[in-house]
Design a protein around this ligand. Structure first.
Ligand code: HMN
Length: 294
């Protein structure tokens, strides 16, 4: 399970100037991240704008990332979609492409009973031979993974971990405690990477790792070495940067895409209703990039 340990950036949606999926840009971003020395990629999740893309677009993204990096990095495919049918179709496609693992949010829009959520994740798990990682992000989905459901789902050997994006770091500890020793919990909120690791997260999947991989790799190095005071200093720098990213007009994803652009990796902008960076704030992105480079 070592292949899931380390810094795993969430892959961003890559569009051309007309806002359509760009194979060239997908490949360029994949190679760029590979060269930074990260452990793997989480493809087609929140930062991948999954809920704003149709099935063909999501398949194309999975395909071009796999073509660029299969066998070189750990590739996790997020396949959560509005219906079970679509999620299963994506899961099967990811397996054909050679992905290492699958992951999915719970069902969205309708507030379904836990029995329906259990069935949804189980049907995805049963549809392929790949290991599965639950994506828990209650602030967006309205459902917070219960220990009760986690224990039920753990009877299925395919379930190998949870990517936990809830804000209480304590949830990481509770999920670890409820599961077996090999169960992997991925830290979700980048603002809490160091604390997440300290309370038991084995690894991290994050949306801001890609624009500042050096900082997260360094933080991980200090955590692994038990040097918490140095790890905390890096977390402080990371959080200053994230707070600035979030203070500009436009969605955080669009700010991150502007930073990628300044780094020479143009992956286009965001798809509506997400908002692009607007007005004078475009100039402030340069300052954030400088701060990252320091
Ligand atoms: C994904 O699925 O794209 C990411 O793995 C999600 C990840 O947890 C990010 N959350 C969201 O984008 C909602 C965080 O890494 C986030 O980018 C970071 O904590 C900054 O707020």
């Amino acid at each position: 399970l070592d292949k899931y340990k380390g810094i795993i950036p969430a892959f961003y949606a890559c569009y051309d100037e007309a806002g359509e999926i760009s194979p060239e840009r997908i490949k360029a971003l994949a190679i760029h991240l590979y060269e930074k020395g990260v452990q793997g990629l989480y493809v087609g999740g929140s930062s991948g704008e999954c809920i704003y893309q149709n099935l063909e677009e999501r398949k194309a993204t999975l395909k071009y990332v796999a073509e660029s990096l299969k066998g070189q990095l750990t590739l996790i495919a997020h396949v959560g979609a509005p219906s079970t049918k679509e999620s299963v179709e994506l899961a099967k496609y990811a397996e054909e492409l050679g992905y290492d693992a699958l992951s999915a949010i719970p069902p969205i829009y309708f507030q379904l009973p836990e029995s329906a959520i259990e069935k949804y994740w189980t049907e995805i798990m049963d549809s392929t031979d790949l290991p599965f990682i639950i994506y828990n992000i209650p602030q967006s989905t309205g459902y917070n993974l219960s220990i009760n459901l986690l224990k039920k789902l753990l009877q299925n050997d395919k379930l190998i971990g949870v990517k936990n994006s809830s804000m209480p770091v304590m949830d990481i500890e509770r999920f670890k405690a409820a599961a077996h020793d090999d169960f992997i919990v991925f830290n979700g909120p980048d603002e809490q990477y160091v604390s997440g690791r300290l309370i038991g997260a084995d690894s991290g999947i994050g949306g801001t790792y890609g624009v500042m991989p050096e900082l997260f790799l360094k933080a991980e190095e200090f955590v692994s070495a038990g040097d918490f005071s140095e790890a905390r200093k890096i977390q402080h720098d990371i959080n200053d940067i994230i707070m600035t990213l979030c203070s500009l007009n436009g969605s955080m994803y669009s700010v991150i895409k502007e930073i990628y652009k300044l780094k020479g990796v143009n992956i286009g902008s965001v798809r509506g209703p997400l908002e692009p960076v607007s007005g004078d704030d475009i100039e402030k992105v340069e300052g954030i990039k400088t701060r990252i480079d320091e």
